[in-house]
Structure formats: structure tokens, C-alpha cells
Design a protein around this ligand. Structure first.
Ligand SMILES: [Zn+2]
Length: 71
């Protein structure tokens, strides 16, 4: 069971949300990010596994030299 960190409601629903975050100078947009949305206050809680996966992607080595050279 999930509990809202803001209002302690247990009425959270799994939804696919758009996730937007600044990453350095670049705006990172994830079109389909699994999240839990609180029915009571609207707070979004992002799926822990999805967040970990995202962090791994963010901290992965930079793009291949070929893509950088094509700039
Ligand atoms: Zn809430």
C-alpha cells in the first residue's frame, strides 16, 4: 500500500505521467513516467524503480564520440 507523503492519504493511483526536470543546462522530458497520484491532494510520487533507472541513464557515460562530432 502506498501513502501520500503530503496528506497521508492511501488513495493513490498508478498513472503514467509526463516527467520534466532540469538536468544541468538541459531540460529533460520523460513522456511516459510511471507515477502514483494522490486522489486527495494531487501530489505525485514517482515510482522508485523508474527513478533509479532514470538516474542510471542520467549518470551513464556521455554519448558516443560520433554523435558529439556531428554537432
Ligand atoms: Zn495527498
Amino acid at each position: 500500500m502506498y501513502i501520500c507523503p503530503i496528506c497521508n492519504s492511501t488513495h493513490l493511483k498508478k498513472r503514467i505521467m509526463k516527467y520534466v526536470e532540469w538536468y544541468g543546462d538541459e531540460l529533460l522530458v520523460i513522456e511516459r513516467m510511471p507515477a502514483l497520484v494522490c486522489d486527495t491532494c494531487g501530489e505525485r510520487v514517482y515510482d522508485q524503480h523508474a527513478m533509479e533507472k532514470l538516474q542510471r541513464l542520467l549518470w551513464a557515460p556521455p554519448p558516443s564520440p560520433a554523435r558529439v562530432a556531428a554537432k
